[in-house]
Design a protein around this ligand. Structure first.
Ligand code: GAP
Length: 457
């Protein structure tokens, strides 16, 4: 099997309608991507799998859909205004702007820049004469902090008072609704609030396709709990997130935990789950024990008590929060990377196949008349009936072999061939994408046969 490069994955995604360059006809806008018809379906299925696993299947778990634009004090309270920044420096020779931590980690992956202060990073770069990846010189400016939040203004004036931000994370939309959800859902601790939505960061470093973009979607999940139960929940969610990825079909050996050495000021414990992308290991999920920092800060800034009255002990306290966050676009990218195969068949031919979990596949089934002229009408009838149950594709052009190959390449788990037997005996042949085996079934049982095989459990 040939190695899947990022270049190949980008071109695959474009060719089959998964992902296109953002604003392509204008030459593109760096680090933005548009999901095409198949990519949008795949991404929606990923979100549905997350909702099922994190909201539907867990007790006391509630989804919200909070506003992207929030009161600017939210970002003061959260600490984003003061410290949500990247350490940047410029190469004096080629004038490229770089992230100091990335420069160091790419120079030596054992250097662990995430544990260094700004001064330590600068000293390391000077001592090791770390070269600029673009021109090779080792002559940089000092490191400056660059805030990643996108600013905008509401109303007609553009002064400091009108300044608002595009949210850089979903989490704050969940924290500011802690009391609302607790009261309206009569929720007792521990309970969780999750949200799927867009976040925006003014990233300047090259993105590795959709891995690092300036606009992306997060599936964030906050579990509010009593101090003392926090570390057990933290360990639980580290496992829970990993199992979710494995159940979606990601190979376990391509996943690893990365415990943080340098913790954010609010965190007691923090760990990423990384996936081995074709460009190297990259974070797809983070589990954080955020203590009672967030709610305490919102209490301080909003002057609204964020305390919970424990009905069992009558104690009043500010809950701890365990956060489990998944980057939706990064998970989609990991799945594309993980599921793609160029399989060498017995006859030496290469079959391009996307082994998506059937729940994630954009189309669950393709309906293919063997000969359009004879079976086209019946095939359309079958297609229209099945479309009511799940997304189907219909293809009548070209040889049956070529049509199978196209469906394999986009990850359709089943193909139904409508042939003379369908007309004579109401039976169809169903072909399995992964094994290429075919079974014959009565037409009446096709829907339930597929429904049983596309579930995510
Ligand atoms: N509320 C916590 C939080 O936002 P984070 O580690 O900064 O934590 C969470 O982001 C997840 O969002 C990451 O694990 C990653 O999957 C995704 N993510 C972060 N920045 C991203 C970017 N620029 N492009 C795409 N995904 C990103």
């Amino acid at each position: 099997m040939t190695k899947l490069t990022m270049e190949k994955l980008v071109s695959y995604c474009k060719q089959y309608g998964f992902i296109y360059q953002g604003s392509e006809i204008y030459g593109g806008l760096a680090n933005t991507w548009d999901y095409g018809p198949l990519g949008a379906k795949l991404k929606n299925n990923v979100k549905d799998s997350w909702r099922k696993r994190f909201i539907q299947e867990r007790e006391n778990a509630y989804e919200v859909d909070a506003a992207i634009l929030m009161h600017p004090s939210v970002w003061e309270a959260s600490g984003h205004v003061a410290s949500f920044s990247d350490p940047l420096l410029d190469c004096k020779r080629c004038k490229k702007r770089l992230r100091a931590d990335t420069l160091i980690d790419e120079f030596d992956e054992n250097a662990k820049a995430d544990g260094m202060t700004q001064e330590e990073m600068l000293a390391y770069i000077k001592e090791k004469q770390v070269p600029c990846p673009y021109c090779g010189a080792s002559d940089f400016t000092d490191i400056r902090k660059f805030n990643l939040m996108f600013e905008t203004h509401r109303g007609v004036t553009e002064d400091a008072k009108s300044k608002i931000y595009l949210r850089p994370e979903n989490a704050q939309g969940e924290y500011v609704n802690f009391l609302n959800v607790q009261r309206t859902m009569r929720a007792k601790l521990p309970f969780s609030i999750g949200q799927v939505g867009k976040a925006f960061r003014n990233e300047i470093t090259p993105g590795n396709f959709t891995f690092r973009t300036i606009e992306f979607e997060q599936m964030e999940y906050q579990t509010f709990c009593k101090e003392g139960t926090d570390s057990n929940l933290y360990a639980y969610f580290k496992e829970y997130a990993k199992k979710y990825f494995v159940d979606l079909g990601i190979q376990e050996e391509k996943l690893r935990y990365h415990d943080h050495e340098k913790l954010a000021h609010y965190a007691k414990e923090a760990c990423d789950i990384e996936y081995q992308f074709n460009f190297g290991w990259g974070e797809i999920n983070g589990t954080h024990n955020r203590t009672n920092y967030d709610l305490s800060r919102h209490e301080e800034y909003s002057k609204v008590s964020q305390s919970y009255l424990d009905p069992e002990t009558n104690e009043k306290y500010i809950p701890y929060i365990i956060e489990s966050t998944v980057g939706c676009d990064r998970l989609v990218l990991a799945l594309l990377d993980n599921c793609y195969e160029e399989e060498v068949l017995e006859n030496g031919e290469i079959r391009e196949v996307m082994h998506f979990h059937p729940f994630l596949a954009p189309y669950k089934v393709a309906v293919l008349p063997l000969v359009k002229r004879y079976q086209g009408e019946k095939a359309k009838e079958v297609y229209q009936a099945l479309c009511k149950a799940f997304p189907c594709s219909y293809d009548e052009a070209g040889s049956i072999g070529k049509r199978y190959r196209r469906q394999d390449a986009i990850g359709t788990p089943f193909c139904i061939t409508i042939d003379q037997d369908t007309l004579d005996q109401e039976t169809v042949t169903i072909r399995n994408r992964d094994t290429m085996e075919q079974v014959t079934l009565p037409l009446s049982s096709v829907q339930s046969y597929i429904e049983e095989r596309i579930r995510f459990e």
